[in-house]
Design a protein. Structure first.
Length: 329
């Protein structure tokens, strides 16, 4: 079998679609089946092996892909990457319009220059700023014309047989991240919003909006949902959902405090200098020893933190004569 049943009433099956990356080895995709209908939550990363695993699981579960509904928690490669491979032409795919627009915006003509300048304003070298800005451009994950793409948001309902699942907007990890809640069982398909294996990364939101505040608000929102069972996209499920939500919130608050203390102790630092002084959970002797992708993750999350502090007037920043932010309290 290529799936395991992780819940009964509603019947939910988990498919581990393989994908090796920095912190995970698979994406957990879920199939909800009832009364001959099926809902597929996420698809996994675009590899031949992954496609074969998901196809085999859907076959075993008797899912008619033309009639099934596909739901994407967010538009990252390891969640939406197999849409082209497994979703038949004309089949329904539900996704966030905010994420769709954000991904598309990274391919606009001016995006690279603007993003490079954003990184340079934080004090990064031309080489790093250019590399990071290039990495921030997201590929088109699927052809929207080929499928029946439906944009969904807060409160929208998806039906599977007798069950009604409700869309809950949980922005933070991406600007339009979505979760799906089934009230009768208390199951929450949380995507990458709350994970146990890592603290989910926070996206740089378009137009400099405060992604960290959005993430913290989304944690409050799921805390109030009455979730009895969280189904996570990476790693194994655990029962201590409420404790994990609290831990994640405290983790970010502690990081904010740490960054503000660094700025207070050494006024005049650039953003990159502040970010390098934060204690990240990545062991290294020299900054240069950290892999490019890990450094990109650290720098973008660091900028998210600095933007939040500046937004709340907990730090202030002024451009120096090189056009680089200098931070002070
Ligand atoms: Zn993700």
């Amino acid at each position: 079998m290529h799936s395991i049943q992780v819940h009964a009433a509603p019947d939910v099956f988990e498919v581990k679609v393989p994908f090796e990356n920095v912190s995970t080895s698979a994406t957990n995709c879920f199939v909800v089946v009832d009364g001959g209908e099926a809902l597929v939550v996420d698809t996994g990363a675009p590899t031949d092996e992954g496609a074969a695993v998901l196809e085999a699981a859907l076959d075993e579960l008797g899912v008619d892909r033309r009639r099934a509904t596909f739901f994407l928690t967010h538009l990252h490669l390891d969640h939406a990457g197999l849409v082209n491979a497994v979703v038949p032409a004309g089949a329904r795919v539900c996704a966030s319009e905010v994420d769709f627009a954000a991904v598309r915006a990274t391919r606009a003509a001016a995006y690279f220059e603007e993003t490079r300048r954003l990184f340079e304003r934080e004090g990064l070298s031309f080489t790093d700023a250019s590399g990071f800005a290039r990495y921030a451009i997201e590929p088109q994950l699927f052809d929207p014309e080929r499928i029946d793409l439906a944009f969904v948001g807060e409160g929208d309902e998806l039906r599977v047989g007798r069950y009604v699942l409700r869309v809950v907007e949980t922005p933070g990890h991406t600007p339009g991240h979505l979760s799906l809640f089934e009230p009768s069982s208390g199951i929450l398909f949380g995507g990458d919003h709350v994970l146990f294996v890592i603290s989910p990364s926070i996206a740089l939101f378009p137009d400099g909006a405060d992604g960290l505040q959005a993430y913290l608000d989304s944690l409050d929102k799921v805390r109030a949902l009455g979730c009895k069972r969280l189904l996570v996209s990476h790693g194994e499920p655990r029962d201590d959902f409420a404790e994990r939500v609290d831990w994640l919130a405290e983790h970010h608050v502690a990081r904010l405090r740490e960054a503000a203390a660094i700025v207070a102790a050494e006024p005049g630092l650039t953003g990159e200098q502040v970010i390098r002084r934060i204690r990240w959970n990545v062991p290294h002797d020299r900054w240069e020893d950290i892999s490019f992708v890990q450094r990109w993750c650290i720098v973008t999350e660091g900028i998210v933190i600095l933007d939040h502090l500046a937004d709340r007037a907990l730090v202030r920043r002024e451009l120096d004569d090189q056009g680089v932010w200098r931070y002070a309290t």
